[in-house]
Design a protein around this ligand. Structure first.
Ligand code: HXC
Length: 257
């Protein structure tokens, strides 16, 4: 499939999605989100894909929702149209999603990165929630996922002042998993995605689901959820293969069975 706003490419078991609206620094609009959703759904349905990698350009992961599109919108448009109500398709993916972020990840762009499971940032990356400067607030998780990721002190600072945070600060704050030199971003992110994709898909989906439960519930409920997800994995052939391979001192070959 070819898309207007993204470029997709499959490398081995990794499904790569590159946001591609260079004239607007990958600003998110309905067309881009529709393309992104379709591509994610395609990779979700493809059993040969074990991990999805989302990236942007060197200059921008995504500079936010498209301000030129929003400029003319009023309350009834956004309220009755449920504006951005279904822009969280990436967060609903079951398969692990890696974000490779270079340049600006602002507003909806930062929120999109936070919907991903492993965020790897180039040293050029800049994160922020500048919506306050436009007279609004974040609407795709910026006040919620960001606060859970980096805590109230920094989330308030970023959301109320609209200032940007560089990659180093983002890593120190817990927003990103790793920072790498910009020239190495795609290699490192691909390696991470390939590593995840080489595991049993039942295990990676279960693992993601279980980690995410930590954000939705109490510790004791979360522990119960983890146990309920952990036990069934002992019913898979991949579990037999993984443990047998260890005992036999050879690499495991998972078959998603
Ligand atoms: C529409 C955008 C855009 C955006 C950049 N552009 N960001 N268009 N929506 N969010 C366009 C510019 O208008 C310009 O096109 C081109 O991209 C290049 O941008 P420049 O501003 O010339 O680049 P630069 O000087 O390098 O500055 C980069 C920047 C700045 C700091 C990222 O573009 C910027 O501040 N952008 C807006 C960031 C922002 O406020 N994001 C939050 C959006 S609200 P033209 O053709 O005009 O030259 C949001 C709501 C979230 O995300 C909740 C709902 C999802």
């Amino acid at each position: 499939t070819t898309y207007e706003n993204i470029i997709v490419e499959t490398k081995g078991k990794v499904g790569i999605i590159r946001l591609n609206r260079p004239q607007a620094l990958n600003a998110l609009n309905a067309g881009l989100i529709a393309d992104l959703d379709k591509a994610v759904k395609g990779y979700e349905a493809d059993q040969n894909i074990g991990c999805i990698l989302i990236t942007g350009s060197e200059k921008a992961f995504a500079a936010g929702a498209d301000i030129k599109m929003m400029q003319s919108m009023g309350f009834t448009d956004v309220f009755l149209g449920n504006f951005i109500g279904d822009w969280d398709g990436v967060a609903r993916a079951r398969k692990p999603v890696v974000a490779a972020v270079a340049g600006f990840a602002l507003g909806g762009g930062c929120e999109l990165a936070m919907m991903c499971d492993i965020v790897i940032a180039a040293d050029s990356a800049k994160f922020g929630q500048p919506e306050i400067k436009l007279g609004v607030i974040p609407g795709l998780g910026g006040t919620q996922r960001l606060t859970r990721a980096i805590g109230k002190a920094k989330a308030m600072d970023l959301c109320l002042t609209g200032r940007m945070m560089d990659a180093k600060e983002a890593e120190a704050s817990g927003l990103v998993a790793r920072v790498v030199p910009a020239a190495e971003l795609m290699d490192v992110a691909m390696k991470a995605a390939e590593t995840v994709a080489s595991m049993s898909l039942m295990a990676t989906i279960a693992c993601k689901d279980s980690v995410n439960a930590a954000f939705e519930t109490t510790l004791s409920e979360g522990m119960r959820a983890e146990r309920r997800i952990f036990h069934p994995l002992f019913g898979t052939e991949d579990k037999m293969e993984g443990m047998t391979a260890f005992v036999e001192k050879r690499p495991a070959k998972f078959k998603n069975k």
